[in-house]
Design a protein around this ligand. Structure first.
Ligand SMILES: *Cc1c(COP(=O)(O)O)cnc(C)c1O
Length: 347
């Protein structure tokens, strides 16, 4: 097949990724620091992320699915890969073969793993998110007897807010941890790391912060943007006062203006929530998105960009915390939603 250059690019900054991991590792103090690389490294490419973080010294990688573990199992020792979403009976044989470690979440998962002679495992305690893991009422010495538990973990529901739920979850996790034998204990995600030493235990599990997401304001000045989308200019036109722009004419030119049509749209993950609120950047100038975002196309007011021409590349303003505030999309959605039409470049 002919090798066409994609008109949408995603530049990924290796230095920023590694710097973010180091920042979170430093804030984790004496705890070691892993990396959540589920959903293909939050959409940026699991293999590339794992290679870089492994080189920087990261030794614990968290994925959601077994297929995601298989994708990275030739890059790091499989024992460094944890599969958060547990294990079904049909996954057990290939899982043991692969050698990644399941996070056991339910009594059934524990029973099946034990019956299969699965060996080393992790166990998730549900301390109050009520999503995955053993509820405190399900924990018993009988249930966990003879399990070789590496990481005993739990997950915070609201670490990005200052709410009493954080302290309650900490207490419940501590209680559980005092009665369960495990090699390591782990509670904090990116936001949880900022809650202080009490929340760090032996291992922290940041995700969004690695990829440039600002989980809490404490991280605002130390976390760097990692993902930089850009798109090609497909067409430039001069429009007149009163001209209607895009689907359903949600923008009407208030004056004569130069409009650029860019090759990016909601099929690339640049969702309609950016309609009339997003920006692109050309030579340091912010050009506003006008009208509705289409599936494959985006319109911007390019009146200020005298030198912009058909074929040029334009940077999409994708500062995650600003974009999240503008659109109401979460920083997680903004990253993991990026589509598969991008050419990815690690710099
Ligand atoms: C996704 C996930 C993380 C990482 O969370 P961030 O908010 O992205 O830092 C940590 N632990 C578990 C169990 C997760 O599912």
């Amino acid at each position: 097949m002919a090798n066409f250059e994609s008109p949408v690019r995603l530049r990924l900054d290796s230095d920023a990724l590694v710097s973010n991991w180091r920042t979170l590792a430093k804030m984790s103090q004496s705890a070691s620091t892993g990396a959540a690389v589920k959903a293909g490294g939050y959409g940026l490419g699991a293999r590339e992320v794992v290679q870089r973080l492994s080189q920087a010294g990261c030794r614990d990688f968290f994925v959601a699915h077994w297929a995601e573990a298989a994708v990275i199992a030739d890059i790091v020792p499989p024992s460094q890969i944890s599969v958060l979403n547990g294990i079904t009976s049909s996954d057990i044989a290939p899982a043991i073969d692969l050698g990644a470690v399941p996070v056991l979440n339910t009594p059934d998962q524990i029973a099946n793993w034990r019956a299969a002679g699965g060996g080393l495992c992790h166990v998730m305690i549900d301390s109050g998110i009520n999503r995955m893991g053993l509820g405190p009422e399900q924990i018993s010495t009988d249930l966990l007897r003879d399990l070789d538990i590496d990481i005993l973990m739990s997950h915070l529901a609201s670490a990005d807010e200052d709410v009493p739920q954080n302290g309650r979850q900490l207490g419940i996790f501590r209680d559980a941890a005092s009665s369960i034998k495990a090699r390591r204990r782990s509670l904090a995600n990116s936001a949880g790391i900022t809650l202080g030493r009490d929340y760090h235990f032996d291992l922290t599990r940041p995700g969004i912060g690695l990829y440039g997401g600002i989980a809490r304001s404490e991280l605002q000045h130390s976390i760097r943007q990692v993902a930089f989308p850009s798109a090609r200019v497909l067409q430039m036109r001069q429009l007149r006062t009163g001209d209607r722009v895009g689907y359903n004419a949600t923008f009407i030119c208030p004056h004569d203006m130069k409009v650029a049509t860019l090759s990016i749209g909601y099929a690339d993950g640049y969702l309609r929530a950016f309609s009339s609120v997003g920006h692109v950047v050309v030579n340091g100038l912010k050009l506003p998105v006008i009208g509705r975002v289409s599936m494959d196309l985006l319109l911007v007011d390019a009146s200020l960009a005298a030198d912009l021409h058909e074929g040029d590349w334009v940077d999409i303003d994708y500062d995650l915390s600003c974009a999240s505030q503008l659109t109401g999309l979460s920083q997680y959605e903004l990253l993991t939603g990026l589509g598969n039409r991008f050419d990815l470049y690690w710099s």
